[in-house]
Design a protein around this ligand. Structure first.
Ligand code: PLP
Length: 364
C-alpha cells in the first residue's frame, strides 16, 4: 500500500488520530448496552451544535450517499413534485435520484462553475410548480463552489414549500451551516469530509415537518428514516448500529467542538484563501467563475494546458502529493485540493503548493 505524505483529496481525508483511537476498542453489542445509547445521544448533541439545529439528528451506518438516498426515499412517493437546483455534479445527480424513485422533477441548472445568485427564476418556479421538496447542494465538491442557502431557505418558508433538502456533506464543520436559521428540513452530512473520520457514517437533521411527512410516507426499506424517530427513546434501532463508527464520528465532531466552531470555520477560510492566492500566483486558473463563491473546504483548479491530467497526477504523486481529479464535464480538466478537516492545515497546504509549483515550473 502506498501512503502519500501530502494527502489533499477532498474526502476521504486523512483520519484524525483521535478518530483512529476510537476504533481500537472491542465494544459490546450496541443493541444491548446503555453505554452505546449514551454515546449515540452525545454524538447527536455534538452534531446538533455543528449543524446549528434543535432538530433531531439521525446517524446511520454507511457513507454520505446513504443520507442522500434515505432522505429522498423516506419523504417522496411517485408523482411528488421536486424542484432540483443544480449547480454541479451532486446537485444534478440528486435530481436524477429523485426522478428514479418516480418524483416529478423540475431542474434549474446553472453551469458547474457558477453558484446561486439570482433568486427570481427560483422563486417564480416555486410559485408555478409548487414543489413538495427543494433540493440543493451547499458545497459542490467537484466544482469547488459554495452555494448561499439563506435566501433560498427564506423563500421556501415564505412560499410554503414543505421540505428543503440540503446536501452539506463537504461543508459541515468547515463552514457555517445554519440549519434552523436557513429553514433546512433535511440537512445531510457524512463522516469523511470535515469531520476527519472514516467513510462509514452518514447523518442528517430532520425537522418536525419532515418527520410528519416521513410517517405519512411510511417508507420501509433498508435506508428508511422512520424507525429512527423513536429509536433512542426505545433503544431499538432498525439494524445493529456501528458502535465503532459512531465513536469515530463523535471523536471527529469533538475535535471541531473543542477547537471552537468559529475557529474551525476561520481555519478553513484562511487555508482556502491562501491556497487560491498561491494557485493564481503560479499562473494557474481557478475553476469557479469570478462571480461564483469559492468553497472554503476545497479548491478546484483548471489542469494546465501543457499537460494531461494523468501525467500531471503522476508527477504530483512522485513528489508525495495526491490531489483529486473531478467528475462529469470537469473530468481530466479540473484538479482539486481538499483542505477540509485535518487537511485544512497551513503546513500541509504549503507543502502541497510547493509540489505543484515545482511540477509547473518543469513544464515551461
Ligand atoms: C462526498 C460527498 C457526498 C457523499 O459521497 P460519498 O460517496 O459518501 O463520498 C455527497 N455530496 C457531496 C457534495 C460530497 O462532497
Amino acid at each position: 500500500m502506498k501512503i502519500y505524505p501530502i494527502p489533499m483529496v477532498p474526502g476521504p481525508v486523512k483520519v484524525a488520530r483521535q478518530v483512529l483511537d476510537a476504533y481500537q476498542i472491542n465494544y459490546g453489542s450496541a443493541d444491548m448496552e446503555a453505554e452505546f445509547l449514551e454515546l449515540y445521544n452525545q454524538t447527536e448533541a455534538n452534531l446538533k451544535t455543528i449543524l446549528s439545529t434543535r432538530n433531531q439528528v439521525v446517524i446511520q451506518s454507511g457513507e454520505g450517499m446513504l443520507a442522500l438516498w434515505s432522505a429522498l426515499k423516506s419523504c417522496l412517493v411517485p408523482g411528488d413534485r421536486v424542484l432540483s437546483i443544480a449547480t454541479g455534479v451532486f446537485g444534478d445527480g440528486i435530481g436524477d435520484m429523485a426522478a428514479s424513485i418516480g418524483a416529478d422533477v423540475r431542474k434549474i441548472s446553472l453551469p458547474n462553475n457558477e453558484t446561486i445568485a439570482d433568486m427570481d427564476e427560483i422563486k417564480s418556479t416555486i410559485e408555478t410548480f409548487n414543489p413538495k421538496m427543494i433540493t440543493v447542494v451547499h458545497c459542490e465538491t467537484p466544482s469547488g463552489t459554495l452555494n448561499p442557502i439563506a435566501e433560498l431557505g427564506h423563500a421556501k418558508k415564505k412560499l410554503g414549500v414543505p421540505l428543503l433538502y440540503v446536501d452539506a456533506v463537504s461543508s459541515i464543520g468547515g463552514s457555517p451551516v445554519l440549519t434552523d436559521e436557513w429553514n433546512i428540513d433535511l440537512c445531510l452530512g457524512g463522516s469523511q469530509k470535515c469531520l476527519s473520520s472514516l467513510p462509514d457514517m452518514a447523518f442528517l437533521s430532520v425537522s418536525d415537518a419532515a418527520w410528519e411527512i416521513i410517517d405519512q410516507v411510511g417508507y420501509a426499506g433498508y435506508s428508511a428514516l422512520k424507525p429512527f424517530r423513536k429509536a433512542q427513546a426505545e433503544h431499538y434501532f432498525p439494524c445493529t448500529p456501528n458502535w465503532h463508527g459512531v465513536a469515530g464520528l463523535n471523536a471527529g465532531a469533538e475535535l471541531i467542538i473543542d477547537e471552537g466552531l468559529s475557529n474551525s470555520f476561520c481555519r478553513h477560510e484562511i487555508n482556502a484563501q491562501y491556497c487560491r492566492n498561491q494557485i493564481e500566483e503560479m499562473g494557474l486558473t481557478l475553476f469557479p467563475a469570478s462571480d461564483a463563491i469559492p468553497a472554503p473546504t476545497v479548491t478546484a483548479v483548471n489542469v494546465p494546458q501543457e499537460i494531461s491530467w494523468q501525467e500531471f497526477d503522476a508527477k504530483l504523486r512522485r513528489e508525495g502529493l495526491v490531489v483529486a481529479g473531478s467528475y462529469g464535464p470537469m473530468t481530466n480538466k479540473v484538479f482539486r485540493l481538499g483542505h477540509m478537516g485535518t487537511q485544512a492545515d497551513k503546513n500541509l497546504v504549503t507543502q502541497a503548493l510547493e509540489v505543484i509549483r515545482k511540477v509547473i515550473n518543469q513544464l515551461t
